[in-house]
Design a protein around this ligand. Structure first.
Ligand SMILES: [Zn+2]
Length: 160
């Protein structure tokens, strides 16, 4: 399915988070886990030209904001050759990290103290109620190669 949408915070009049207006539409395949399940559920059965407007609560989108995912760490953890790289520890910066099993994840700098830093491991959209408005551009069956890859090929999708 190809859709044009505008994503706003809270309700249709809320602050805009992102939009496909003036760009290529979003292409996605049902049931492959690419989209938030509630997003797919709200678009199910719509045809080309149909418009939509629906909200998804934070708990059903990127989750509620979790206070325990705000973690204080020593500043010297970020030292390289005994020095913290310039501009690394600025509020809002996302810092790529690797855990002991080699999994990559990222934290956002939320607070910087004298010798400690607070990193926020919540998804940037945690705690945000989402609202989608838009229009369906096209509905078609996914091709076998698309199902295999889990994404849409061609206009609005992935180009190989
Ligand atoms: Zn592909």
């Amino acid at each position: 399915m190809l859709v044009h949408y505008t994503l706003t915070q809270g309700n249709a009049e809320g602050e805009m988070i992102e939009s496909t207006q003036g760009r290529e539409p979003l292409g996605f395949i049902y049931g492959v886990g690419m989209m938030i399940p509630d997003f797919e559920a709200n678009l199910l059965g719509l045809k080309a030209g149909d418009t939509f407007s629906f909200g998804i609560k934070a708990a059903n989108a990127y989750g509620e904001y979790d206070e325990t995912a705000l973690v204080e760490v020593p500043k010297n953890m970020f030292e390289m050759d005994g020095k913290i790289p310039d501009g690394l520890l600025e509020i809002g910066n996302t810092i790529p990290l690797t855990d002991q099993d080699g999994n990559r994840f990222q934290g956002t700098v939320a607070w910087v103290g004298l010798d400690k830093v607070k990193l926020d491991f919540n998804h940037p959209m945690a705690g945000v109620d989402l609202h989608f408005t838009g229009q369906v551009e096209m509905v078609r069956d996914a091709e076998p190669a698309e199902l295999e890859h889990g994404h849409v090929h061609g206009a609005g999708g992935h180009h190989h």
